[in-house]
Design a protein around this ligand. Structure first.
Ligand SMILES: [Mg+2]
Length: 260
């Protein structure tokens, strides 16, 4: 009897370990639905068109009111604002990962990302109204060539080094926004992450939800928000450590769920 029990436990143990292992190491699959939604849903495209349709209306309104003492520009983020990186995210899932910087650099160096729907025609519309575009992105300076090649190939206006503000020493975009403001009126900012608009959202001591509520009139008028279900600063609230493992992150995401 004892022997049978021992065999029974011996058989169950690996199954239990396997179940635990499967749960902890497959966090990358948490992103599958988000990537599929961005790649295949009409709703994603519709939201992107809606954002850039609002941008056109608001740009024309801003042109009526802003002074003529400086040149005009719009400031756009790159990833998930004008370029769609969902094929990279799909590649990572297929290779059992969430984000690998080596894979990312390989992807951006190819310069083959498609446009976010509506982005190109909006920026051409802005250019036709005498409004320049600045690309303010936290892509690294080493990614300049691939990024410019990608934007140029697709026909984006102002796809040159002077209009490309990449990350140098900080991911904080505020100093780069201030540098643009020295010579330009920024008519609109477009982004998929609230830090693309202002530092009131994700800096320490800020309550992002309260700040969004307080600034709700800015969305669609000065701040044009694109949908990005795949990644963003919003995720960081779930992770207690600064460098958690993928398994810990997967478990902490579950803890963040609202339920009843
Ligand atoms: Mg982005």
């Amino acid at each position: 009897m004892k022997k049978r029990l021992a065999i029974f436990i011996a058989l169950l143990l690996p199954l239990g370990l396997l179940a635990q292992d499967t749960t902890s190491n497959m966090g990358y699959r948490d992103y599958t639905t988000a990537v599929l939604w961005q790649q295949h849903s009409g709703e994603y495209r519709a939201l992107a068109f809606q954002a850039f349709n609002f941008a056109r209306i608001s740009l024309l309104e801003r042109l009526k009111t802003v002074g003529k003492d400086k040149k005009y520009c719009v400031v756009v983020d790159v990833d998930e604002t004008v370029l769609d990186n969902s094929p990279f995210q799909g590649y990572e899932i297929n290779h059992g990962k969430t984000f690998d910087s080596k894979d990312w650099n390989q992807w951006t160096s190819k310069g083959i990302a498609d446009t976010v729907p509506g982005a190109l025609s909006f920026l051409k519309f802005a250019a036709a109204h005498g409004v320049e575009t600045f690309y303010l992105t936290n892509r690294d300076t080493s990614e300049m060539a691939g990024t410019l090649y990608n934007l140029k190939t697709l026909g984006f206006p102002n796809a040159d080094q002077a209009h490309m503000l990449l990350k140098t020493n900080t991911s904080d975009k505020e100093p780069r926004r201030q540098a643009i403001l020295e010579q330009y009126h920024i008519l609109l900012l477009c982004g998929d992450n609230l830090s693309d608009f202002s530092n009131v959202f994700y800096r320490s001591g800020k309550n992002t939800i309260e700040q969004v509520n307080a600034l709700q009139a800015e969305f669609g008028t000065h701040f044009i928000v694109l949908p990005n279900p795949m990644y963003g600063d919003w995720e960081k609230q779930f992770y207690k450590d600064s460098k958690p493992t993928e398994a810990v992150k997967a478990a902490e995401r579950l803890e963040g769920l609202k339920t009843y």
